[in-house]
Write a protein that binds this ligand. Structure first.
Ligand SMILES: Nc1ncnc2c1ncn2[C@@H]1O[C@H](COP(=O)(O)OP(=O)(O)O)[C@@H](O)[C@H]1O
Ligand SMILES: [Mg+2]
Length: 280
């Protein structure tokens, strides 16, 4: 089972849209994808038409040592399964301040032993204990980046965070993939920022980009994805192509020589770096 975080420390960069549409594209290609909504604001959960769940049936259970993980109600979304977020995540965050509190998601996934090919973790814009949990549980990170100043800064900060997490907490965090979203070929600044990222992070940047697409924005109004209501729209074509490319890259990374697993470092030793990240 491959675990992939969708992460950018800035909001509005297309994380949730990307998590939904990569999962839906995979579902259409015969994969079994699971999306876990780790954003306390639960936009993905709501976008897929799931109302506020009981906390013990939501992702909140991952962070509760007494929870019965079997109680979690996996929802059926459009082409993929979903473990919903809950408002309770926000309240729960105050208690999650120990260094070991970055390990909950990884441990829950190990305990659940789910029969999915790919688990996608959607994260909030800030560096919180939840986004760190996502990175600690992941082997790959997808960084959606709108080619504009704030989002590019956020993407580069995210890249740094992933390196820190790889060094201190999760040596299995293997690959990062930048994906340009909401690309408008007519905007000169978009071209400049795309060139900048490609120059700096070349091999980690997906060739395929997601163009701006009104039907993609519209698909967020209901419970469907663009593949349901307009499979020929450019948003559908772009996400299908980007997903193919992403999965090829992930497969190549996993086939590589670095497959050997080393034991994770002791998170207690990484406490200073952790609090630095959370307070930055
Ligand atoms: N390719 C796109 N074309 C047009 N609108 C988009 C596209 N991708 C995302 N959006 C819209 O941009 C907004 C922010 O996207 P979202 O996925 O919620 O970002 P994030 O999760 O990073 O905050 C949403 O209203 C979404 O519908
Ligand atoms: Mg989001």
């Amino acid at each position: 089972m491959t675990v992939l975080s969708v992460c950018n420390h800035k909001g509005g960069t297309g994380k949730t849209t990307t998590a939904i549409h990569v999962a839906a594209a995979l579902g259409l290609s015969g994969w079994r994808p699971l999306v876990i909504d780790l954003d306390p604001q639960g936009f993905l959960t709501r976008t897929m038409g799931v109302g506020e769940p009981d906390p013990e049936q939501s992702v909140v259970a991952f962070f509760d040592p007494d929870a019965d993980l079997e109680q979690i109600e996996v929802r059926e979304a459009s082409g993929f399964d979903l473990i919903p977020s809950s408002d309770t995540l926000t309240r729960r965050m105050r208690d999650l301040n120990k260094p070991t509190d970055v390990l909950w998601v990884r441990e829950a996934l190990q305990r659940l032993d789910l029969a999915y090919d790919l688990v996608l973790l959607d994260t909030a814009a800030a560096v919180t204990v939840y986004s760190l949990n996502a990175l600690v549980a992941s082997r790959h990170v997808l960084i959606p980046v709108l080619p504009e100043y704030q989002s590019v800064v956020g993407a580069e900060q995210t890249h740094k965070t992933t390196q820190l997490v790889e060094n201190k907490l999760n040596p299995l965090l293997e690959t990062r993939h930048f994906l340009f979203t909401q690309v408008d070929a007519r905007k000169r600044m978009h071209k400049t920022y795309r060139e900048y990222i490609r120059e700096k992070h070349g091999p980690e940047v997906l060739e395929h980009v997601i163009r701006t697409s009104t039907s993609l924005a519209k698909s967020q109004d209901g419970t469907t994805t663009i593949f349901d209501h307009d499979p020929t729209a450019r948003g559908a074509i772009d996400y299908a192509n980007a997903t193919d490319e992403l999965m090829t890259r992930i497969r190549e990374a996993s086939d590589g020589p670095d497959e050997e697993q080393s034991p994770p470092p002791d998170p207690a030793e990484s406490a200073p770096e952790l609090s630095e990240m959370l307070n930055s």
